[in-house]
Design a protein. Structure first.
Length: 373
């Protein structure tokens, strides 16, 4: 979808003003592209993205929020068929869709409030009718703060202790490790089985260092390969959808963050996949293993509890450059973070190959050598 020229844009010159939030001369003001004039003093963005993040924009146009999807297909002149990350299909009017890319788009606030589509509620953009993006209002200090929601601890206790379900992932793990090892890892991460949405699915509880339960990601795995079930769609959903929690505001944290208080000296190992964090806790227990849950979640907002800890991140094959860039930005903000090249340098492996794949492959080869001898 092509967008026309912007009416209001951030000044692209080198001129900077004093930021009204942090008082540093790092403030870039908005200009009216038709007149060339600056807008009122308060409208602009501080370029100290991490330390300040002040951003105030003129509230004009249609307010839209970002929606991630698996696929989107034009079915009529006026409608798209949109398949969300959890496999739910929605018929969306084309008039409500803006800035369409391969895997995400921006839908109007009005339409989203009428639908059941999940969206990122803390990041908005304004669009004009046919004139494209006006401004991005993410992180504006004038926006009201929406308080995060948390699941009650009783929900986890009930599902983990009182109504246990043997999930496919646990079955796979027990084919590679001893029952005692898998049970220990299951206790460490409160690995929970469920029949919500799909039989023998797995719940990855996101519990922070203060033992607040931010959410429960539900995923389905193959008990034979240990791989996620992605056909005919990605089998991913959330516990708040399963229990129909009203007005639940999902505010994610790192998976495994509740383990932070177990040892204040251990290095923190961060991977993308929750499954990988669990497997690596069995192979290398000298680290505390956490997972971002997605490649986009390596960011300051989620890593704040780790700022005083030694952190090593292990990007999947093909993600090294992206995570290295993000880690360098975090390091400038005081994080003690290094990036491992172990997987990126590994030859003869496909994109997406990760640390758990490597260690499981090595163990399999070792077992085959022992059997052969």
């Amino acid at each position: 979808m092509m967008m026309d020229s912007f009416r209001y844009t951030l000044d692209d010159s080198s001129k900077k003003f004093v930021c009204p939030n942090c008082n540093k001369r790092r403030f870039v003001r908005y200009r009216d592209s038709e007149t060339g004039n600056y807008l009122a003093d308060g409208y602009g963005r501080c370029d100290r993205q991490t330390n300040c993040s002040y951003h105030k924009a003129p509230p004009k146009g249609k307010k839209c929020f970002q929606v991630v999807f698996l696929c989107i297909k034009s079915i009529t002149d006026k409608a798209y068929k949109l398949t969300g990350p959890n496999g739910i299909i929605e018929i969306v009017p084309k008039s409500q869709v803006f800035e369409l890319t391969d895997n995400e788009c921006w839908l109007t606030e009005w339409y989203l409030k009428q639908s059941k589509i999940c969206y990122l509620g803390n990041d908005a953009k304004y669009f004009t009718d046919g004139k494209g993006i006006i401004v991005n209002t993410a992180k504006t200090i004038t926006e009201p703060i929406v308080q995060p929601s948390y699941h009650p601890i009783d929900l986890v206790d009930d599902m983990f202790c009182n109504r246990p379900v043997t999930d496919n992932l646990t079955k796979f793990l027990k084919s590679r490790f001893s029952d005692d090892e898998v049970n220990r890892a299951g206790m460490d991460y409160l690995l929970t089985g469920t029949n919500h949405f799909w039989n023998k699915a797995t719940i990855f509880w996101q519990i922070d260092e203060k033992e607040r339960i931010h959410g429960g990601k539900i995923m389905l795995y193959s008990p034979v390969t240990g791989k996620r079930v992605k056909e005919p769609y990605n089998h991913i959903n959330w516990m708040h959808n399963a229990v129909k929690a009203p007005d639940f505001n999902l505010n994610q944290c790192l998976f495994g963050l509740h383990r932070l208080n177990e040892d204040y000296l251990k290095t923190i190992g961060i991977v993308e996949s929750e499954k990988t964090a669990i497997i690596m806790s069995l192979f290398l227990p000298d680290l505390i293993w956490l997972a971002t849950g997605s490649k986009q979640n390596l960011k300051s907002q989620l890593l704040k509890p780790l700022k005083k800890r030694d952190v090593t991140v292990f990007p999947d094959k093909g993600e090294f450059n992206d995570w290295k860039t993000k880690a360098d930005e975090l390091a400038k903000d005081g994080y003690k973070i290094t990036v491992s090249e172990l997987i990126e340098k590994k030859q003869n492996c496909n994109e997406g190959f990760d640390l758990a794949d490597l260690y499981l492959t090595v163990r399999k080869e070792e077992n085959e050598l022992v059997t052969a001898s």
